[in-house]
Design a protein around this ligand. Structure first.
Ligand code: PLP
Length: 243
């Protein structure tokens, strides 16, 4: 895994690749109490030439920077049109014993947590940026077959002005209860409705939604409560280019 530290006054420093293992944190580390945290998820695939390809990684850099801005975290350095320095090499990692030609798709999860030991609600002075990587299979047990989606009309995931547009752990924590209920009733995922009227479609648990009606494709607007998915953006760009 890759680790880098942030210290107020010093900025991001000491980036290093170390064996995967537990992180040492103070029990009073602010992330554990106030959830000052952001993350990303990048898929890596093996290309036809045997090389490793990340899907539009700079979009993830832009999104984590926007999540950081909302959460008062200094974004880690990325520049020159390339994602954070270690990512290009981290996506080439593969499970021990797995030959390169058999490497499955991998997911890289960069995340930043507030580590300052302080029991007071304010922006932390110390952060940890970490990137872990692991192989992934199909997102749903059903693979690419249709899944049953539960329309949630009690809990809401996000509201305008909140943190719905960021990838932060708190959004997911708030979504767990509805997810559990859906699962107990035989559904694969939750479809979230807007937090005010509980009537307008927002998105599914961890993905945006699109509907085809005749020749038109519809998807909710990005007004602050919906996560701006890179898949969503790519689909809209493709649909436009196809006329
Ligand atoms: C990550 C995420 C998505 C999808 O984003 P992609 O960039 O397309 O992978 C959609 N909704 C939520 C809530 C998410 O966390």
């Amino acid at each position: 895994m890759f680790i880098m530290d942030y210290t107020a006054g010093q900025g991001w420093h000491d980036g290093r690749i170390v064996p995967y293992g537990p992180l040492a944190l103070e029990p009073s580390a602010m992330v554990l109490h106030y959830a000052q945290e952001v993350f990303e998820g990048l898929k890596a695939y093996r290309g036809p030439d045997g090389g490793v390809q990340l899907f539009r990684p700079m979009e993830n850099v832009r999104r984590i920077n926007s999540s950081c801005e909302r959460m008062c975290i200094h974004p880690p350095p990325a520049g020159g049109g390339r994602p954070w320095p270690p990512l290009s090499s981290s996506c080439a990692w593969r499970p021990a014993g797995c030959p390169p030609s058999r490497a499955p798709p991998c997911i890289s999860v960069p995340f930043i947590i507030a580590t300052t030991p302080s029991l007071g609600v304010h922006a932390a002075h110390d952060y940890l940026f970490c990137i872990i990587t692991c192989p992934v299979g199909a997102y749903y047990a059903e693979g690419i077959n249709p899944v049953k989606i539960y329309v949630e009309n009690e809990d809401v995931r996000a509201v305008k002005g909140g943190t719905g547009y960021t990838k932060c752990g708190g959004n997911y924590a708030a979504s767990i209860r509805a997810g559990e209920r859906a699962e107990q009733n035989g559904y694969a995922q939750v479809l979230w409705l807007d937090g005010v009227h509980r009537k307008y479609i927002e998105e599914v648990g961890s993905m945006n939604v699109m509907f085809q009606v005749g020749d038109t494709v519809l998807t909710p607007e990005l007004t602050g409560s919906v996560l701006p998915g890179i898949t969503r953006k790519s689909c809209l760009e493709l649909l436009k280019s196809w006329g």
